[in-house]
Write a protein that binds this ligand. Sequence first.
Ligand code: GLU
Length: 429
Amino acid sequence: MTTTHTTKIPDIYRDPAFDMACEQFRLIANYLNIDDDDRDRLLLPKRAVLVSVPIHRDDGSTSVFTGYRVQHQLTMGPTKGGTRFSTSVTMGEIAALSIWMSWKCALAGLPYGGAKGGVNCNPRELSHRELENMSRRYMQEMIPFIGPRTDVMGPDMGTNEQVMAWFMDTYSTYVGHSVNEIVTGKPVYLGGSLGRRESTGRGVAFLIERALDYLKIKPAGCTAIVQGFGNVGSIAAANLAFKSGMKIVGLSDVSGAYYNAKGIDLALVEKHQNKKGDLEGFDAADRLDPEELLIQPCDILIPAAVDRVIHGGNAGKLRCRILAEAANGPTTPEADVILDQRWDEIFVIPDILCNAGGVIVSYFEWVQDLANFFWNETEVMDKLFRIMDAAFSAVIKRAKAEKIPHRRAALAIAVDRVLKAKQTRGLFP
Ligand code: GLU
């Protein structure tokens, strides 16, 4: 159904990432024939919070950062989503990411709606003490709006286990006892789950293996390029190289992009990163324009950094067999039009499926915290792969049955589930 209905978007959300989430939703709502009456409440976030985060700096001055938290929908349980510390953070970006979290959780069958939060800052420019002040103050400002049954935070770009521990500690100090289940992605000795740190990257590698198997391609000897060598990209790369025998031929981080057709030794990369903090000066590969990295020939291309890196200008030039979207929102709707035409050349593992491993193990962490009963790593991984395998099969099945691209199939399954829940419950959530 195409309709003349347009959702009135509040100006606070105006942002290219939010426009992209809206356009993806418009396309899927048309495909699913969603009634005009249901569209706005499916798309628009339930709550959006903006706070000022003042901190004392090491030099005695005071800085005020802006923090955000968007809770997209509370229909199927609490909201869930990471916290991003980055200079890219805006209300619109966080809102878009919260919408994608909703679809991701629904596709995996988790009892959550989506949320996302963040502070606009460059964490690399903050000292350890300043980062602690900012993390604690951000959490303090959010206390009235979150809770283990309302909204559960987790990690995202620029945050880590230490930040999650500060969040947990700040919330717990307020309540008067330890509330492990308020945040996931904590250190294991503070109620974190075994395997959480590696879960997103391992999930990405698992689905790549699954896709190769589906395509009847042997993993050993395949080449991969990883754009964004952070927590997710580096763990996905290590799994592909050491477990599946693939060759990592390209990678990038904030310092630039690096390419070596003969393969890049990940042990050298790790050594360099540990010494220098990033890949600046890495000389076991050639330096390349980051835009060029994405269009080098490879079997598997893994965008694992930020949104909108695959767009109308480069989608036609990609030279990969599998596009594994480890980042959130890496591919624009304009690029999708091109990739849809190239469906028999490029097998897309869409973001809400590909990077779902993180939030799935976050869900396990929350369940373990609520039960105060902890699982071993094999149990965690086994349960993770079972959920990912089922979601992959469901997406492939729907794509085949309806002759639609994988992203459309994944979104159709997810949006259908949320729609049914909303229609069955009523207008409240
Ligand atoms: N930041 C991750 C994501 O985008 C995980 C969030 C979480 O664990 O809550 O999926």
